[in-house]
Design a protein around this ligand. Structure first.
Ligand code: R1P
Ligand code: URA
Length: 290
């Protein structure tokens, strides 16, 4: 079978042989990848490495590959939002599965393990500020996966239908998609000290998460309906902005993915911790160890 060729406009490679946005070269990518939103968090994760092998930085994408307790790990910042996850996950996959010399897909799939360590807003009484939540499922309000073929093969269509029914979803808001994280990663990483939850990934921090500052919301009651939604014993636990795109793209590409977040704001209790940068290291250490 003729191999698919990726033209320079589709797979952009920099003059030094690195991928367009991340500025990372194929040989600098480990099989285990930690994704964080904040470039500053990359420094925090890498401070646990006993050895640093390579570093790259471009825009909001900062990358360090190193060794942690004998394991080779790459940590990369994605910035904020699912649009950046589309860039980062596609570029990581290209680094792993496309030959940069021939611009053809490699014969054998190299499957990556992608774990996001993020922050989120808690939505339930059992998710106060400081809680660690591992996303068993993600509901994507961001629409990203709808642009890819085979979307329906990896999404939980019954869950989607039931979610839309219970919250009286207005189709003007787009088409939410429901994806699952990798079960082996959940078993290995989400022990008794993490809540296993359902995360909604939103295409914004304010309106899409029901935060009303000066602009009124299209549906001011949506958060209340989300908080009381229940399906097969599962409830929505938290809001963030990347987990659905990460889980969805990984399912389509053959990678293993999970998102673990620390709650920094509880929307029910109306409390927040803006000094979380001092405390997220606890979650980082747990994920690196596991
Ligand atoms: C919003 O403040 C950002 O914080 C959360 C959201 O998903 C969004 O990216 O995650 P990070 O702390 O990983 O960036
Ligand atoms: N990140 C989010 O996306 N929402 C929150 O409420 C807190 C962190």
């Amino acid at each position: 079978m003729k191999k698919k060729f990726f033209a320079p406009s589709e797979l952009i490679i920099n003059e030094d042989g690195s991928i367009f946005h991340l500025h990372v070269k194929p040989e600098d990518l480990a099989d285990k990848v930690v994704l964080v939103g904040d470039p500053g968090r990359v420094v925090l994760v890498a401070s646990h490495f006993e050895k640093v092998e390579s570093e790259a930085s471009s825009r909001e994408f900062r990358t360090v590959t190193g060794i942690y307790k004998g394991k080779r790990i790459t940590v990369v910042s994605t910035g904020i939002g699912c649009d950046n996850i589309d860039i980062v996950v596609n570029e990581l996959d290209a680094l792993a599965n496309i030959d940069f010399k021939t611009r053809e897909e490699k014969d054998k799939l190299r499957s990556l393990t992608l774990v996001r360590i993020g922050t989120c807003g808690g939505l339930q009484p059992n998710t106060p500020v400081g809680t660690y939540i591992a996303s068993q499922k993600s509901i994507g309000f961001d629409g990203l996966l709808n642009f890819y073929a085979r979307r329906n093969e990896v999404c939980d269509l019954d869950f989607e239908r039931e979610f839309k029914r219970q919250v009286k979803w207005d189709n003007q808001l787009g088409n939410p998609y429901v994806v699952s994280s990798n079960t082996e990663l959940i078993e290995n990483i989400a022990k008794e000290d993490m809540v296993r939850g359902v995360t909604i990934a939103c295409g914004g921090f304010f309106g899409p998460q029901g935060r009303e500052l000066r602009l009124p919301l299209q549906d001011p009651n949506l958060n209340e309906k989300i908080e009381s939604f229940e399906y097969k014993g599962l409830r929505v636990t938290n809001f963030e902005m990347e987990s659905s795109a990460l889980a969805g793209l990984s399912l389509l590409m053959g990678h293993k993915a999970l998102t673990c977040c620390m709650v920094i704001a509880n929307r029910l209790a109306k409390e927040a911790n803006s000094a979380y940068k001092n405390t997220i290291d606890g979650l980082i250490e747990k994920v690196l160890d596991r």
